[in-house]
Design a protein around this ligand. Sequence first.
Ligand SMILES: NC(=O)c1ccc[n+]([C@@H]2O[C@H](COP(=O)([O-])OP(=O)(O)OC[C@H]3O[C@@H](n4cnc5c(N)ncnc54)[C@H](OP(=O)(O)O)[C@@H]3O)[C@@H](O)[C@H]2O)c1
Length: 342
Amino acid sequence: MKAVGLHHYLPIEKDESLVDETVNKPAPGERDILVKIRAVSVNPVDTKVRGPKEGEEEELKILGWDAAGVVEETGSGVTMFKPGDEVYYAGSIARQGTNSEYHVVDERIAAFKPDRLTFEQAAAMPLTGLTAWEGMFERLGISRDAEANASKSILIIGAAGGVGSIAIQLAKWAGLRVIGTASRPETEKWARDNGADETISHYESFKKQLEEKGLDQPDYIFCLNSTDQHWEAMMEVIAPQGKICSIVETGTPVNISLLQQKSVTFVMEFMFTKALFGTKDMQTQHEILTEMAKLFDEQKLTSTLTETIEPFNALSLKKAHEKLESGKTIGKIVVSGFDQIT
Ligand SMILES: NC(=O)c1ccc[n+]([C@@H]2O[C@H](COP(=O)([O-])OP(=O)(O)OC[C@H]3O[C@@H](n4cnc5c(N)ncnc54)[C@H](OP(=O)(O)O)[C@@H]3O)[C@@H](O)[C@H]2O)c1
């Protein structure tokens, strides 16, 4: 099968940063489904894993942790899917990625693709959707009962990116008042189009901007970018006894004592934790994706896909990585055109 991956960790402009190769089709393990891929999306994790570092991979290292496709074969212990089923999923960081014609994934972290979405629209959603859902409803413990959230608000930092755009939609669906941060007219518009009630800039004082707009201190903050850069500003504006979740590692140490005076809860979310450690609740990722598929089909959520690049090859994936590395992505970029593979 055709696959795109790397042997060396290089800047994207280098010829060998991502290469086209023919590799063996993977065989499904006991709980795995073998999926014929129709579309994949790119996420910052791809560029972080690919980025320049020491080391060499003898076997092609395949990146990509988002896919939509059709089940081709099932492992002996699979109970949820059969050949021909259309699925979408993010997969596991501990296994080969999705940038290949065929891919194996544990059935417990995959789900039926939403009927209303194309393969491209569906491939855009699993990784960011799972991150937003787990971050807000599991880590922050936000209720999914809109009535319970009637007087609650959330500040989403980095609202127009992949995770931010679906986080806004899910927060609105859960009845929260949403303030999103965006620094450009086009990202402000995108955040509002996805449901944000207000936008402020992440390059100016959060406190001053919230006060100027007459907005209360948010009960929750979902930090999707530059955790250390925003640390003190978050402590300044979070409501007493509020909760903050970050999905981004810190580049420099932060002062956790700043959490104390307001008794703030701080928690981190890593979308790959469940699959990486095979946690007992790993199958909740199947359940979350299933619930989200229902919301897409009921048009309560919309795909955040903004750009599709074709055909599926190293050149297209390089273009996608370059765009993502600009840090200015709006919504999601998908690579498809698997039917054009030569
Ligand atoms: N822990 C996890 O499980 C997990 C899962 C997914 C992603 N992540 C991480 O979360 C981050 C965001 O992922 P993503 O897919 O949403 O990325 P993305 O789509 O590349 O995010 C792009 C957005 O980031 C905004 N941005 C740029 N600089 C910012 C800053 N200093 N402060 C706030 N926002 C800023 C931009 O808004 P403007 O153009 O308006 O400036 C842009 O719209 C990445 O670091 C990624 O690796 C972690």
